[in-house]
Design a protein around this ligand. Structure first.
Ligand SMILES: Cc1ncc(COP(=O)(O)O)c(C=O)c1O
Length: 392
């Protein structure tokens, strides 16, 4: 029998050999387009702060204002953790998403896990896009529901899986998808998914972590952009990305939300968010709804940056959003590319399995509205330089 230390050593060694070992890298100013790493300034292409709001003075002020009430959330939501300000925030989210109700969660991971475990059990079937976020996968696993993964964006495959579930006598069917995929930057065909959910009597739940704030009128999200928001049963979104703060929400019909209040263990058995965060999320919501100019700039820069990469012959897949992957294939190549870019002052981390499928390691460039055109131009130049040196 091997000792714990031997086993841990072997596991780490294997990760090393496979070029899959990761470590936390201490950085400063991650909220800005230029961060600092090891005392060196770098263009920051690794944040989800798409609208550049995370360092907004009004958000910092809102954090300070919230803190006047105290530092901690002090109890779980069903005890005394549901402050008056949380109630206001939830009403504001519901208004923003045009739903009857909304429920604040500590973060997006817990929102997905809580929502799924509250809604489905071993009697039910969940149909999940192959590239859905890990928090969705974990929520399904924990719920015990039957998992039917369908190939990424492949609606024929989804329909086949729905038909096969019908033959197996499941109680309820639930289709779940990211609206904007976090590592590929492509978009789920929500209109077609609505048609399919109606055809098969399924529920449709979407994760707008990377869509809310960026797409739709006033940043309401991709479902609103595509005009299908009323057909979505639950909308999940997070405050940690375009909104620049922390926390997440699930929005939908009042009975659905009420079930989550009663059954979502990741809501019930944890302390409420601190007042500073609740206060900042209210301000972030206001800023996001007024951020048309930032959304416009982000879109313009994204379209240009992606087009330049494509014209230079780089593989960016089907990205049509602010998330632009540069596919490199093997882990070693992605790591070397990322490291060479860092030496030139560009911070874009290599994304490797298990976050993405094997042989599809990539650099994930996420753009911010406040990247300057010069930063983008210089970065493209560095990408070309690194590519040339790596081909030699
Ligand atoms: C698609 C998606 N869903 C959920 C989450 C989790 O959100 P949070 O960071 O708020 O926990 C993330 C990212 O972290 C994500 O990319």
């Amino acid at each position: 029998m091997s000792s714990w230390n031997d086993w841990i050593g072997e596991e780490l060694h294997e990760l090393d050999v496979l070029q899959l070992k990761r470590e936390c890298m201490p950085v400063r100013n991650a909220q800005l387009p230029v961060l600092s790493w090891n005392g060196k300034k770098m263009f920051n292409f690794s944040s989800n702060n798409y609208l550049g709001l995370a360092a907004h003075p009004k958000l910092k002020e809102a954090i300070c204002r919230g803190t006047v009430a105290g530092s901690g959330g002090v109890a779980s939501r069903l005890i005394i953790g549901h402050s008056e300000e949380t109630e206001l925030l939830e009403r504001e989210i519901a208004r923003f998403k045009k739903t009857e109700k909304a429920l604040l969660f500590p973060n997006g991971y817990m929102a997905n896990v809580g929502m799924l475990t509250a809604l489905v059990t071993s009697k039910d079937a969940v149909f999940s896009d192959q590239y859905n976020h890990a928090s969705i996968v974990d929520g399904i696993r924990l719920s015990g529901a039957r998992l039917f993964r369908y190939r990424h964006l492949d609606l024929n495959h989804l329909e086949k899986r729905l038909k096969s579930a019908d033959q197996k006598g499941v109680r309820h069917k639930l289709i779940i998808t990211d609206s904007v995929f976090s590592m590929d930057g492509d978009v789920a065909p929500l209109r077609e998914l609505v048609r399919i959910k109606e055809k098969y009597g399924a529920a449709l739940v979407i994760d707008e972590a990377h869509g809310a704030g960026v797409f739709g009128p006033r940043g309401q999200g991709m479902a609103h952009e595509l005009g299908v928001h009323e057909e979505i049963d639950l909308h999940m979104g997070t405050f940690s990305k375009a909104f620049g703060v922390y926390g997440a929400y699930v929005a939908g019909k009042k009975e659905w939300i009420s079930l989550l209040v009663n059954r979502a263990r990741s809501l019930i058995y944890t302390t409420a968010l601190p007042p500073a965060i609740v206060s900042a999320n209210r301000m972030a919501l206001r800023l996001v709804t007024q951020a048309d100019q930032r959304r416009g700039e982000l879109k313009e820069k994204t379209v240009w940056f992606r087009k330049q990469l494509m014209q230079k012959g780089f593989a960016v897949g089907n990205s049509s959003t602010q998330i632009i992957p540069l596919y490199l294939g093997e882990n070693a190549r992605a790591l070397a590319f990322s490291e060479s870019l860092r030496q030139r002052g560009v911070f874009a981390l290599a994304i490797r399995p298990p976050t993405v499928p094997v042989h599809t390691a990539r650099l994930r460039f996420s753009l911010m509205a406040n990247h300057s055109w010069e930063q983008l131009e210089q970065t493209l130049g560095y990408i070309e330089q690194v590519n040339k040196t790596m081909r030699r």
